[in-house]
Design a protein around this ligand. Structure first.
Ligand SMILES: NC(=O)c1ccc[n+]([C@@H]2O[C@H](COP(=O)([O-])OP(=O)(O)OC[C@H]3O[C@@H](n4cnc5c(N)ncnc54)[C@H](O)[C@@H]3O)[C@@H](O)[C@H]2O)c1
Length: 356
């Protein structure tokens, strides 16, 4: 019997304790969630995290943690190349999974994970954290209320300059472990967010270019084994004639250290969301014209209780037996576009959907 059935509290295990710390913080806000056990291959990180959060059950093996603890949910927050094996193992043991983005290394892995969650009738949610900000929730509400009209065009830029670039160390620059570069690291957040705000229209065609000319030489000089793109551009055309243009870079020659901008053009109004002071808080505005007069309005953030974190929202969905957000079926659609972007960049050809 699950803990939820026994006492209404969901027991949670966290695998990977860097991004995983954000998961712990997210679960701690929920009165029905208990972070019961943690797992990391790094003993020092494990001990430090256990001490900080008062979690005594600590494991270096995720299989052992899942087999020994009576868990309801596991959060997977390890390097991308481990997402599939850890998620499938947890689902097979009857747990729900909240997995970090990207869901896996490619669409094939994403489909296998999604199918396993269906086969086991267990939930698989993604931590697409940029959907859970107060501005994102307010923008989505406005769109769902019909104030924006049909969105026929969207674009985003997420550009960082080289000043904060740290991807030569660790696994982010190694395709075997990451699945790709800036697209799968940060671009994917806004690809998911734009698709979500647009209502996941069906894709017709993807064309893209990737570049590695800034980081390739630097990586070589440092003997870093860097083999992924540092910059990506893509044009995605949907079957309803809407389109999405994207550009992301880890190392653009620009003034700003971190520039994030999303534009949506709707039939009734346009929306612009931007990050504030090159950081990770946002503001959003809407623009429209009526009787020859142009209007600009700040989109007010929703109240904090209306935009819980992905972790809080996942626990709520399970307890209330309602659909969770950022589902694995949406993550499959995102990964099919990511695969098409890489394929188009590699072949120099547009990729038509469904891809072969
Ligand atoms: N949603 C977000 O905004 C966000 C932000 C950062 C990272 N991420 C994602 O989170 C994941 C982890 O990224 P990160 O920056 O924390 O990486 P990281 O390399 O900094 O940390 C990963 C942690 O996992 C541990 N680990 C590695 N292999 C393990 C294994 N087999 N078993 C148990 N522990 C293991 C490492 O020791 C390390 O502590 C990635 O998929 C990344 O894309 C998401």
């Amino acid at each position: 019997m699950s803990n939820q059935e026994k006492n209404g509290t969901l027991n949670i295990g966290i695998i990977g304790l860097r991004a995983g710390l954000g998961h712990i913080d997210g679960y701690l806000t929920h009165p029905n969630a208990k972070v019961k056990a943690i797992c990391d291959v790094n003993t020092e990180v494990l001990n430090r995290t256990g001490k900080k959060y008062g979690v005594e059950r600590q494991y270096k093996s995720y299989q052992e943690m899942i087999e020994k603890e009576n868990l309801d949910i596991v959060s997977v927050a390890t390097p991308n190349s481990f997402h599939k094996e850890m998620t499938i193992f947890a689902l097979e043991q009857g747990l729900h999974v909240l997995c970090e983005k990207p869901i896996g290394l490619n669409a094939k892995e994403a489909i296998a994970m999604h199918h396993k969650s269906q086969e086991m009738s267990k939930r698989l949610m993604l931590n697409y954290s940029y959907r859970f900000t107060p501005q994102a929730v307010a923008m989505k509400q406005r769109i769902d209320e019909g104030l924006v009209g049909e969105i026929y065009s969207a674009s985003f830029h997420w550009l960082r300059n080289i000043s904060g670039f740290s991807q030569f160390s660790g696994w982010f620059g190694k395709k075997e472990m990451s699945g790709g570069g800036v697209l799968i690291d940060i671009g994917i957040h806004y690809l998911d967010k734009a698709l979500w705000l647009m209502g996941f229209p069906e894709v017709e065609m993807v064309v893209a270019s990737t570049h590695d000319r800034i980081c390739r030489q630097l990586g070589k000089n440092l003997n870093a084994g860097f083999d992924v793109e540092d910059t990506v551009e893509s044009f995605i055309k949907f079957k309803n004639n809407a389109c999405l243009m994207l550009q992301a870079s880890w190392a653009a020659n620009i003034l700003e250290s971190n520039l994030i901008e999303l534009r949506l053009l709707g039939e009734k109004e346009g929306i612009l969301e931007q990050n504030i002071n090159q950081g990770y808080t946002f503001q959003a505005q809407t623009f429209y014209e009526s009787n020859g007069v142009s209007y600009t309005l700040k989109i007010e953030d929703v109240r904090p209780e209306l935009c819980p974190s992905a972790m809080h929202s996942f626990v709520d969905a399970i307890i209330q037996d309602k659909p969770h957000k950022a589902s694995s079926s949406e993550a499959v659609k995102v990964m099919e576009i990511v695969d098409a972007i890489y394929q188009s960049a590699q072949t120099g050809q547009p990729i038509f959907f469904p891809p072969s």
